[in-house]
Each structure stands twice: as C-alpha cells, then as structure tokens.
Design a protein around this ligand. Structure first.
Ligand code: GLU
Length: 548
C-alpha cells in the first residue's frame, strides 16, 4: 500500500505539515519546573463540585509553580452543547477563585496557542491525521453502524473481547482500490488508528495520583476522526495538549482506561508524553457504604447548590482544599489567617480512590471560616445572598446597615469567636428576631409554668428595668426577681434538688428570652437588649404580658 497516495486521497486540502505547526506553537518560555495545565470541559452547562476539585488541582499546580493554566473548550459533541455553558463555567470557576491565564474567556480567546475551541481546530487535527496515514498508523474505515452492531453480536456469541481489532478490523488492510471505490461511492468514513499493541504486553507507568500502574497495551483500532472530520476526545487530547505545550494533564479517572491508547497515540505522533494526574471521583457515605456522588441523586454535586444554600465562597474553597490535601487542615490550624495560596499543594496527596464528601464537615469548615470574618464582611455577604434569595430580608438589612452590623458583631472577634453560622441561609432564622417583621410575637412559653407566673416575672422585670444598667447589675436584678418570686438564684443548689423550688433564675431568663427573641436559644440576652434598644425591648415584654 502506498500510504502517501492514501494520505493525499483522504486529505487533499491539507498542505500544512507538523513542522509548520511546531513553528506556529513554539515551546513556552517558562522557568524550570513550571506546570502548564488546563481544564478541558465539555460545554454541557452543568458545573459540579468535581469541576472545582479538578480546577483547583490544576490551578494550584500551575500557579504555585509559576506556570500557566488555560481553558480549552471541548465542543466536539455538538449534540450535547448548551448555549451559554462556557460563560457559566468561566463565571462559576472565577467565583471560586480559579482564574485562567489563557484560553477561552468572556472576551473571546486569549493567548498564542489557540484557537481554544476544538471545533475551530479541525484543520490542525487534519495535519496530524494526514501524517499518521502517511506513516501507516491510520486508515479509513467505512463500516456502517449495522456492520459494527453485527460485529459486536458475533463477538458476544464467540465470547471474545469486544472492539475493532485484529481479525475484526475489516478495513485495516484493505487495498487502495477498495478504499477508492468506497470514497467514490460517497460512503461515510471514520479515520482509525492502526494499533500495533497487544494485550499480551504490559508495561509500568506512574500516575501522579494513582502511583505505579501496570498497563496493558491497547490493541483496538480506535477512532481518531469521526465521519464529520471532527476528532474524538483521544485524538484532540493528544494534538491539543502537545501543541498547547501542556506538561500535566489533570483529569477525572474515568479516563484511566483510555490511558494505554493515549500513551500509544503520543508515541505514534512523536509527541512527548505529558504527566498525568488522574483524580478519583467524589464519594459519599450512603448508609454504611460509599458511593460516587451522583448528578441525579445528590443536589450537593452542583455548584449552584452551594450558592443557594449560602455557603461563603471562601468556605467551599477551604473545604475543597481539605478534601484534596489531607495536611491542609493542620496547615490551616497553624496559619489561621494566611492566604490559602501559601499552602504547598501536592497532587501526590490526593486520595487515589477519590475524596469522601462530608456535608457535616463542610458545615464545620464553613462555621470556622465565618467566625473569622468581621461583622461588616458578614453583613456584606449576607446582604448579597439575601438580595438574590430573600429580597424581603435584604430590604430589612439594608434599611439600617449599622443596626445589622451591630447584630453580626455579637460574639465576634476575641480568642473564641461564636461559631453559630454555617451558611448565609441560616442568618435569618438566627437573627431575624431583631426585626419586628420577622419576630415571632406568639412564641409559646414553657407549659410547666402557669401563665400568671410568667406574667408576674415579666412585669417584675419591667418595673426595675433600667437601660443604663451594666451587665452585672442587669443580671443581679434578674436574680433578685427570681428570688422575689420564690425561685432560686443558686443554680448549684437547684441542680441538687430541683423539686425544692418552683424554678430557678434560668427559667426567668427563659421567659425573658422568649418574650424578647421568640426563641429559647439566642445570643446573650443583655447584649440582645442593648441592640434592640429600650423601647423595642420594653414593647416586646409588654406585648408578651398582654397576651398571657
Ligand atoms: N472533557 C473532558 C472531561 O471533562 C476533558 C478531560 C481532560 O481534561 O482531558 O472529562
């Protein structure tokens, strides 16, 4: 077979050579050890936690080494494409602190290694397709869908491996005449790789996450170009990552089974193999067993979920870092206020089997993150959240920002800040009572006490209430009130024998708390009253007296 003739027959329009492309996309001038990596998502419109895990791994590896992170859009499957998906992806990743240096952007392609949309690179792939044909490494296959289905059925009946290989590769060694007549008849064709591999051969390969692997050679004549001339993932990956001078390929481990073919393809093309970082899937506990997070079953897989729940961006970022590198938490404890970028990230610390997503842990991380924020920062972020998800609450907050900030300041700062908020969604249930319109005017008092007793306590409080009192005087008065009603102010004695008194000072506080906050749990009552102010405090207590 004259492969040059075949190559001209299949790709008459291709005049560029691989050398031309090498010259057009020169090696990058970067410091020794700089990582060049990328994200290569398909624009399906669904941005998930896995994207963030992969994005953050790539971003850290690139930027920590003085390298480059670029975005390439894998739009080879036009059927799956959703309009606007690339914009959503860019915006979402940017929101989580992942900035691309190069590639597809909101302002179009940026960088010297484009185009960054694969469908616009058809001519580039064809140069290498032609080259592979010339070298006898690729050939056209005219099999129809029906023929391939039949082949599969026969393979099933004969209990042999599936796929287009060896004796099943019916177009592999066809004559030029056969090919010419199929072309002349206008039959659609795909370009297949001519594999010289054998499943009898194994070799060693080291993945940066999975470690040492034993790989079985690929013997399948995989498709390189589909019948519309658009490449498969495999071919586009090899050509693009070579020409874009990628040093590290960070991707999901669902690609691991294709690695033998990729290694073979890079060799056939004469390309240097990049390093691979195959990330395991995100797992979660389902009862006592682990399973992959699923798009269908687990809303927490979608990144939009974290925004709607009101997890601060910083908290999600921080949590993903703990998922990726087990030593991140220790580092964070030792460096509570340091920029996350100072942490020395290592792909080798990724769990090869996939990280275990734990919602409770995310909430803990988030509580910690929020506890380190200033009252003003909390206010700004709650208001931003509320503007989108609870406009009524946003309006209340923004009507008097200073009032809201003073509420968020409760228990903030100091050595042991309060950790009561994990999400912005929790802000309203937590502090809505500071606003008359969200306050529960009818919260029930404990049934163990007669309404008259509660009423007497509240009336007694109002009689001696003086807004000028400091916290100690205030509490002394509550204690005195308890004793005047026959309750005890001595909690120690009360605990030893609760039947000796109708109640304790803690119960008096509860009456006040319910009257003032509508809840049995709230921040320190004295502080709450300071913020509510004399009038509002007195009005609430009076309203409770009136309804008792
Ligand atoms: N579109 C592929 C994916 O999202 C890209 C894999 C890669 O990074 O090479 O899985």
């Amino acid at each position: 077979m004259d492969y040059n003739t075949l190559a001209e027959l299949l790709f008459p329009q291709v005049t560029d050579t691989p050398e031309d492309l090498e010259a057009r996309y020169p090696q990058r001038e970067l410091p020794q050890g700089a990582v060049v990596t990328r994200m290569a998502p398909s624009p399906t419109g669904f941005v998930h936690l896995g994207n963030l895990v992969q994005g953050l791994t790539s971003e850290r590896m690139a930027h920590q080494s003085g390298g480059v992170l670029f975005l390439r859009v894998e739009d080879t499957d036009a059927k799956r494409e959703v309009p606007g998906a690339v914009q959503v992806l860019i915006e979402t990743l940017k929101h989580y602190g992942i900035h691309f240096d190069e590639g597809a952007s909101m302002e179009g392609d940026v960088g010297a290694y484009g185009p960054y949309y694969q469908r616009q690179r058809a001519a580039i792939y064809h140069v290498y397709a032609k080259e592979l044909v010339k070298k006898g490494c690729a050939y056209p296959c005219f099999c129809t869908e029906e023929e391939l289905t039949e082949m599969r059925q026969q393979q099933e009946a004969q209990k042999v491996n599936f796929g287009y290989y060896g004796p099943w590769a019916t177009w592999r060694d066809r004559s030029l005449e056969d090919i010419q007549s199929a072309l002349a008849a206008g039959k659609p064709w795909v370009l297949r790789f001519r594999s010289a591999g054998s499943i009898e051969h194994k070799f060693k390969y080291t993945d940066l996450v999975k470690g040492d692997l034993t790989i079985t050679e690929n013997d399948i004549d995989q498709v390189l170009l589909k019948s519309d001339g658009i490449p498969t993932y495999h071919f586009a990956h090899a050509v693009d990552d070579h020409l874009m001078r990628t040093t590290h390929v960070v991707r999901g481990d669902e690609w691991l089974p294709s690695l033998p073919f990729h290694i073979q393809l890079f060799q056939a093309l004469g390309f240097k193999l990049p390093k691979y970082v195959h990330i395991g899937p995100l797992m979660k506990m389902d009862g006592t067993s682990k399973r992959k997070l699923s798009k269908r079953k687990d809303p927490e897989l979608a990144l939009t979920y974290y925004k709607a729940e009101g997890f601060p961006v910083k908290a999600v970022y921080e949590y993903v870092m703990t998922l990726l590198n087990s030593n991140y938490e220790d580092w964070r404890r030792a460096n509570p206020t340091a920029d996350a970028g100072e942490f020395k990230f290592s792909p080798k610390k990724l769990n090869p089997a996939g990280a275990l997503f734990d919602y409770a842990k995310l909430c803990d991380v988030s509580k910690n993150v929020i506890s380190t924020m200033s009252a003003q920062e909390v206010y700004d972020l709650v208001a931003e959240y509320a503007r989108e998800f609870d406009p009524d609450f946003a309006q209340a907050l923004e009507a008097d920002p200073a009032y809201a900030v003073s509420i968020f300041a409760i228990g903030r700062g100091g050595k042991k800040p309060r950790k009561d908020l994990a999400t912005w969604k929790e802000a309203k249930p937590y502090m809505g009572f500071f606003y008359d319109r969200f306050f529960d005017w009818n919260a029930p008092f404990p049934e163990a006490f007669a309404p008259e007793t509660v009423k007497a306590a509240l009336q007694g409080f109002l009689k001696t209430y003086d807004p000028a009192d400091d916290a100690t005087v205030w509490f002394d008065k509550v204690k005195a009130l308890a004793e005047s009603l026959g309750f005890t102010a001595n909690m120690k004695l009360y605990k030893q024998d609760p039947t000796a008194w109708p109640g304790s000072v803690a119960d008096i506080s509860t009456f006040l708390r319910i009257a003032l906050t509508g809840k049995t749990n709230s921040p320190d009552l004295y502080t709450v009253m300071q913020i509510l102010g004399t009038e509002r405090s007195a009005a609430r207590i009076q309203a409770a007296i009136d309804r008792l």
